[in-house]
Design a protein around this ligand. Structure first.
Ligand SMILES: Cc1cc2nc3c(=O)[nH]c(=O)nc-3n(C[C@H](O)[C@H](O)[C@H](O)COP(=O)(O)OP(=O)(O)OC[C@H]3O[C@@H](n4cnc5c(N)ncnc54)[C@H](O)[C@@H]3O)c2cc1C
Length: 421
């Protein structure tokens, strides 16, 4: 390869960028990853799903992640006042790994980028993509921190720039999300949670019992620190006054069980905020390029699906691009966008159901038929692309609404999985 004409240029070294780079170099392609920041750097998105671990294994990256000693994660708990439900990822219907990790993304993303380099990719930091002309051989313009302009002529460009949304902005592909604007406030806290009262191997999702639209996450790390965040509408957050830190603790105190759990906690990282994180695009691909992970679409953090969708998009793109670079005709809509959207639609159904309460009713229904519980568990573990699970794909909305109805009238304990049509 010439330095300025790699086979593949990847924009961004987040999880989707590093994993797609690792997959492609292992297929023999020259891959250049250009990342505008310097690593390690903070990123939100610290709780992974089991399918992420499966995808890391398939990419040859799991051993390095295991060796790094991240917090082991095996499921999720949901709490709303006296209601409590637990999902153990191993209790799922879809085959695949049943565990994953809770990670400081500064460390996790850096590790994946270094692994991609170890496998043969070139990763350059402090280089920002500023322009791109699509085409059979796209032209990419980058700017270094010293202000130098570099022109690249790769065979294909993969945009893995996450919330940077580089090609969506540059090529005017942005499309508003259907979800209302919500905001997340978050920090890392020394949690001082009493040993034994809390399962540190699971993410805790808490719901404000007086406003079930407002929810919190607690994502424990191994060193007594947890990531704690609250998600609510902007209107809800506007009711709180004081410094960002005072507001943060006041919002949290409105969820009594969370207030008790974190009664002795204090922040070790300043409170951050992300407003209006939901995003969409008109297309996931075009001449000489495709969009991965959050560079394409982001739904909502409630089911920790972001990194999993990012990694699955990397997997699908690597398969399609491998074929294209070998000279085969690839239909990117049929081979990349549609298969990816199958699982994104699953998560869209679950996010919609979370905020219209139907999924909350399903989650807290005490005696769900066991197979149905396991199917819901599969989705929560990230296995959203398994066509054998009736709660996956375009039919998931209809089926979830029907299930919620059965939970409300109490019949969901009787219907068998075979009753789902
Ligand atoms: C409040 C909140 C909570 C979340 N919690 C979770 C969670 O618990 N679990 C989960 O899985 N997901 C979560 N997410 C989503 C998660 O953060 C993202 O889905 C995930 O980081 C996407 O990975 P990515 O590889 O697509 O992009 P990113 O991780 O965003 O990486 C993109 C990289 O591209 C670089 N970049 C951007 N623009 C350019 C450019 N022009 N040139 C060069 N480089 C560029 C950036 O510096 C960055 O390093 C959450 C999101 C939000 C908003």
């Amino acid at each position: 390869m010439s330095a300025l004409a790699p086979d593949v240029l990847v924009i961004g070294a987040g999880p989707s960028g590093s994993v797609v780079a690792a997959l492609l170099v292992q297929r023999g392609y020259s891959v250049l990853v250009l990342e505008k920041q310097h690593f390690p750097r903070f990123s939100i998105g610290e709780s992974l799903l089991a399918y992420s671990a499966q995808l890391l294994q398939e990419a040859g990256l799991l051993d390095a992640v295991l060796a790094a000693g991240f917090q082991f994660k095996n499921g999720a708990t949901f709490v709303c006042d006296e209601q409590y439900e637990e999902f153990n990822f191993s209790n799922k219907t879809t085959a695949g790994l049943g565990f994953t990790f809770q990670v400081l993304r500064s460390e996790f993303d850096h590790l994946l980028a270094k692994e991609a380099e170890r496998l043969g990719a070139t990763v350059r930091y402090g280089v920002e993509i500023t322009a791109m002309t699509p085409g059979e051989q796209p032209t990419v313009t980058a700017r270094t921190e010293a202000g130098e302009v570099e022109i690249y002529r790769p065979r294909f460009v993969l945009d893995a720039s996450g919330f940077g949304r580089t090609l969506a902005r540059l090529l005017e592909l942005e499309k508003p999300s259907d979800f209302p604007v919500r905001a997340a406030r978050f920090a890392h806290v020394q949690d001082n949670i009493v040993a034994g009262v809390f399962d540190r191997q699971k993410i805790r999702i808490g719901i404000n019992p007086t406003d079930r639209d407002v929810w919190s996450w607690v994502i424990p790390f191994p060193n007594g620190v947890s990531s704690v965040g609250i998600v609510a509408t902007r209107e809800h957050l506007a009711k709180y006054t004081g410094t960002p830190e005072e507001q943060y603790w006041a919002i949290m105190a409105d969820e009594p069980k969370l207030r008790t759990l974190l009664g002795n906690a204090h922040t070790v990282r300043p409170v951050g905020e992300i407003v209006g994180y939901a995003a969409n695009v008109k297309t996931l691909h075009g001449p000489g390029f495709a969009l991965l992970g959050n560079a394409a679409e982001f739904l909502d953090p409630v089911f920790s699906s972001g990194v999993t969708i990012a990694l699955h998009s990397a997997k699908l793109a690597a398969i399609a691009l491998d074929r294209q670079l070998r000279g085969e005709a690839v239909d990117w809509q049929h081979e990349f966008a549609e298969p990816l959207m199958f699982g994104v639609e699953t998560f869209r159904t679950f996010v919609t159901g979370w905020y219209d309460r139907s999924l909350q009713d399903v989650i807290f229904f005490p005696s769900k038929e066991p197979t149905i519980h396991r199917m819901i568990c599969s989705v929560l573990a990230g296995y959203a692309w398994d066509p054998a699970n009736p709660y996956n794909g375009p039919q998931s909305g209809r089926r979830l609404r029907a299930l919620a109805g059965m939970c409300r009238d109490g019949t969901a304990s009787k219907v068998g999985a075979s009753g789902l049509t």
